[in-house]
Write a protein that binds this ligand. Sequence first.
Ligand SMILES: [Cu+2]
Length: 226
Amino acid sequence: MKSLILTLTTVAFVAGSAAAGDVTGKISLKGTPAPEKEIPMDPACGKLHDGKKVTTRFYVTDGAGGLGDCVVYLEGAKGGAATKEVVIDQKGCEYLPYISSAQVNQPIRVLNSDPVLHNVHPTPTVDGNKEQNKAQLPKGAPLDFTFAKAEKFLRFKCDVHPWMFSYVSIFDHGFHAVSAKDGSYKITGVPDGKYKLVVEHRKGGKVEKEIEVKGGAKADFTIEAK
Ligand SMILES: [Cu+2]
């Protein structure tokens, strides 16, 4: 009896790319912002909250010093891959998330999980970004939007519900993130080098730091409540 032995040769390829790493850190809120304002929803939308009061989301925090909804980015960076799409849902007549970030020409997909009609109305202010206004039926098909130019806090609104806003910051590179409720953020795959790292909060303003990435970097920030 003959046995056949197959020898498999594994060839390992070592990528020749330059070192890269994640830029991480935490954003803290200093001071106490003004109390959020109650949103007077109409009956159809109010019903979706079981009578629970809905407020503005100017300062989203974890109650332990962390500040969410900060846009964090490497100013003037080049390259970086976009994720497939950025998804914004409409739920309980609110945009979720309130703050997000995307890359130029990356699809921003808006869903309607509500049993009510919305109308999605991005209102860019930078030349080359197109204003659009599209009705979306209750639980209707998703709508995709793209923008050709970088723009901070590009506003989406709904003309049916005047309290509905969402802000998407568009970058011409892939090195951006939005902080979670606990203030933590992560920008992945940043090539080694020196950068200006910027944190922007829609109400609290902007802070920045020069950083050096060597297989990653860590930088914490504080935003003062206005
Ligand atoms: Cu709406």
